[in-house]
Each structure stands twice: as C-alpha cells, then as structure tokens.
Design a protein around this ligand. Sequence first.
Ligand SMILES: [Zn+2]
Length: 188
Amino acid sequence: MFLSRLSLSLLLSLGFASCSEKPTMETSSEAPAEPTAKVVKTEEEWRKELTPEQYRILREAGTERAHGKIYEEFKKQGAGAYHCAGCNALLFHSDHKFDSGCGWPSFYDPAKAQNVTVRKDLSGGMVRTEVLCAKCDGHLGHVFEGEGFDTPTDKRYCINGVALKYIPAPAKSEEKAAEEKPAEEKKP
Ligand SMILES: [Zn+2]
C-alpha cells in the first residue's frame, strides 16, 4: 500500500513537472514568408496566435527562465536562421551565435539589421537597451556592449528563445542527393 501510494505521488509529481515545463523553441523546416510591411495586430489577435509564453515575452516584454530547456535546445541547434515567432521576420542567424554562458540565446549581431531595432529601457531600476522586432514591435530581449566577449562586435544580443522560430539550414548536399543516398544520413 505504501509503495503504491509512493509511486502514485511520484507519477503525479512527474506529471506536474512536465506540465509546467516551458514550451520549446518553435521550429520549421521551411523559411516562412517574411512580412513586407509593419505587422500591426490587436492584443486579442496576438493572444490567439501566440502561445501564452510567447505572448508574455513578445507583447508584455517578459523574460524566460535562464538556463531553461529552450536554452539547452538552442545550444545544440546547428546552422540555421532565427525568425520572429510573432511575425516571421528574419532576425538572427547561427553564424552570429556564441556561447556567452548567460543562460539565454546570445548573438553578436542581427542577421538582418533592418528587422531589429533597439530602444532605451529604464525598467527594473536599470539602464538597458531593449531589442525589438522592427516589423511587429515584439520584445526580443536586451543588448549589452563592452563586456569583453571575443566576438567581432563586443555586443551580446541576449534574446529570449521563446520569441524565436528556428529554421535549420538545409543539409550541405542537395536535397535530391540526400534522397538518393539515405544511407549516408548522419546519426546523432
Ligand atoms: Zn516580429
């Protein structure tokens, strides 16, 4: 009896743990169509389209948990592009990704400068530079300068993974070639 109650509570706690886990980064095999103009939506529309966590970050300038599951996922991701989870604008690329150890996805430069904008953020009793998507005004994170990281810009774009949509780069060989030689598929 004791044992079964123990295993039941174990199962319950495991169940709760998986329920409360943060959503992982949105991933798509195909690059989404990018917006050609400003993306303006009502709060209600955003709420419908985004997950609650995406809404909290992008529309309410929230911050995801540091060193969370999404960060672990980000570190393991290979080459690819990062688009805005709100409006699909291309924001960052794995070419500019670096391991800052801060617990959030870090880039030293945007992939498409005109899609990323900044503004002064005085919230939380700090002076920071907020990073936003220029197309939908979604909050992405903050950018820090002069921290001494060995990167070409000495900037750290500290970005919430939840605000990003990852598009893995196609394999180097042509897709057709990959189809012809499925035996050469890489094993993890
Ligand atoms: Zn956007």
